[in-house]
Every structure is written in C-alpha cells, then in structure tokens.
Design a protein around this ligand. Sequence first.
Ligand code: NAD
Length: 411
Amino acid sequence: MTKIKVKNPVVELDGDELTRIIWKDIKDRFIFPYLDIDIKYYDLGLEYRDATNNQVTADAAEAIKKYSVGIKCATITPDQARVKEFNLKQMWPSPNVAVRTAVGGTIFREPVIIPRIPRLVQGWKKPIIIGRHAFGDQYRAKERRFESAGKLEMVFTPHNGGTPETIEVYEYPKNGGVGLTMYNTTDSIQDFAHSCFQFALSKKMPLFLSTKNTVLKQYDGHFKDTFAEIFATQYRQAYEEAGISYEHRLIDDMVAQMIKSEGGMVIALKNYDGDIQSDIVAQGFGSLGLMTSILVSPDGRTFQTEAAHGTITRHYREHQQGKETSSNPIASIFAWTRALIRRGELDQTPEVVEFAKAVEKACIDTVDIDGIMTRDLAITCGKTDRASWVFTREYMEAVEKRLQKMLATNP
Ligand code: NAD
C-alpha cells in the first residue's frame, strides 16, 4: 500500500505515564503504517524536561509557531510529590501554560459524540464547544478581607500624564468584609474574539459570546462591544457565506438554551464562566476520555490539539504492577486526527483529511456498532460486568481492524 503524503511537518509533543504508552501505540497502529509524514518530535516527558532545564518545552512551543500544527500528549505538571518522585532539579511550571503563553490564543474543549454512549443531558446530539478566555478576571484579581469599618477605593493612574481617577467602591460597616479588584486588557479580549471567530468558522458552527453585561455594564460590556465590532468589520461576510451566525447572549439565557438544545454550537466565555461551564459540559457528555482540547491562536494559523484529560496516573500505577488497563484512548487518538485534519486543510490535501476522518469513524463505530469499549464508557452505559468492557489494547486492535476494512473497501 502506498502511504499518503503529508505535505508539511507536524510537531509532536510526547508526554508522561499511561498516556505516553497509549501515544506510542497510536502512532504505531494509525500513523506510521499509513502516512508519509515529517514529525518534528519533542519529548516533553518529565525526565527530559528536567534534563534540559525545561528548554525542550520552549523549543516545542517555537516549533508549533513555525509549523502551525502541534499534537500534544498529556504531561505531568509537577507538584512537591512529583519533585520527590522524579528527583527533579526544580518544580517546573505547566507545559500547557508555557505553550499557551507562547502561542497566545484560546483553548476550546470539544467532546467526541458517540450515539450509543448515553449523555447525562439526553437531548445533546451534537458537540457543545466551550472557548474559555484563559486570561485575567478572578484568576489575577487582588482580594482582601477587611476586619473593621472603612472605605474601599479603586484608583487608576494613567501613564500619559492624565489626572488619576479615584472610584469609591464601598463604605464597610463595623465588622468589615471582603473586596476584590480584577482586570482584563483590550488586547487580550481582541485576541480572544479573533480566536473564537476563526475557530467557529473553521468548524462551520454558530458562535455565541455569553456575559452578564446587564450587571457588569462596562466590564462585560467591553467584551460584548469588542466582539460586536470585530464581527461587523472583519467576519460578517465570511460567516454569511458559511451560513453560520454570531450572537451575544446573556449568560442566564445561554445556559438555559444550552441545556435545552441538541448542541452544535461554540460558546465563548470569560475566564471564570468558562472554567465552570467546560466542566458542566464535560460531565454532561460523559467520560473524560471523550473530551478533546484545541488551542487556536488569534490569527487562526496556529493550532495545537490534545486530550483534555491528564496522564491517567491511577492506571499507570496498575501498569507498573504488570497489570493490563482499560484506559480510554479515544481523546488521544482524536488529538492526532484533529491535527491531521487541520494540516490537510492548510496544505489543501483532502486525502489527509479523509484518512483522519476514517480513523475517527473507525473509533466511533467500534464503540457504537460493535459495542467494543473501554471500562469508563461501559460504566457510563450502566454496565460494570467484565464482559461489557475490553482492555485498551483490545479496543485499539478492533479499531485497527475496522480501519483496515474501511480502507480496503474505499481506498
Ligand atoms: P487524569 O485526567 O489523568 O485522571 C482523572 C480521573 O479520570 C482518574 O480517575 C482517571 O483514572 C480518569 N481518567 C482520565 N482519563 C481517562 C481515560 N482516558 N480513560 C479512563 N479513565 C480516565 O487527572 P489527574 O489524575 O488529576 O492527574 C494525573 C496527572 O496528569 C497529573 O500529574 C497532572 O499534572 C496531569 N494532567 C495533565 C494534563 C495535561 O497535560 N493536559 C491535564 C490534567 C492533568
């Protein structure tokens, strides 16, 4: 069989523990046998990050910017216990944050839909994709508890020589209370808007921005106005041509509509709202093993995919004891296929896109039609007996067989 040529390179970021093992298996079964592909490999396994003083993470981020498409395996973000376990030189920061900071942009969480796997929210038939603005607001706020009566003020001192503005916030009664100041920047909100408009357009799905601008008239109003202006001046025509829409919705209306809908939308949310809503959506769709995560830069040109879950440490401990595990590889496989689809679109090589879609279909049909699934999915279906689930290896073998059959009948 001749291999399909992938025109331009992709950047691979290898990872840790059980996902690293699944990762190698994915490449051996679904990538190397079928694709003639130039992979720029970066080992983000914790040992190598430590050996290179984390330089490998910075190099990988630069490579993603250079080649536009990155595929990342889950990695350990070290805490004190990991520093001891791996005898690390220091507690290296999260690689995810490092890549996101270097690339900029927004993370979108997208569930893989398998009809047979029941959703907690039964009406959801299509993905609901949450784009979270991962900058500022509560996560960078200054907060205080005050023990006595007193006055809280907010002061803005312009650097252009203008007069400082003092805003009186609150007069506390005798027992004091709590207060916080949070911020965001116009640049970051604009970048967020572009990432969201670009992403929804690439997905051909309607986009909603959701805020509480009736209460935070200036703060949330700035998000609403920024999105509205960028849409009107830069995206309206492309959206009309793609047959999709953009709207702002009050967050109370949006959550109600989201629960009642059948899905099929991208929702852009501020940092705190996105944090909570993305977990609600993940739960609503079922297993963590079905949730993918995609980082999109503001210009839409840089794209990094990964599974939304971690390194599955609990299963890795079993693996270390020589036990076979039933870990769900679907989100990790989709990290590869989504990146390949993007690569194929950028390179205008439809055969690469078709191949990646065939792998996705084989993954879904193996669960949906053959009823072959890992334990987490069987549990979602209300089954716990041993006959209802298979080990990761057995699931991968079944997908491989399906894929071979599909490619043989439709080469
Ligand atoms: P985890 O996502 O690995 O596991 C959370 C729970 O979900 C566990 O019970 C696990 O068994 C289950 N689970 C997750 N994915 C599964 C899958 N594919 N199949 C079956 N079950 C699955 O998160 P954790 O245990 O909190 O963290 C483990 C490590 O992963 C930590 O070192 C953390 O730093 C890292 N982490 C990395 C990322 C990332 O790279 N994006 C994200 C989260 C956590």
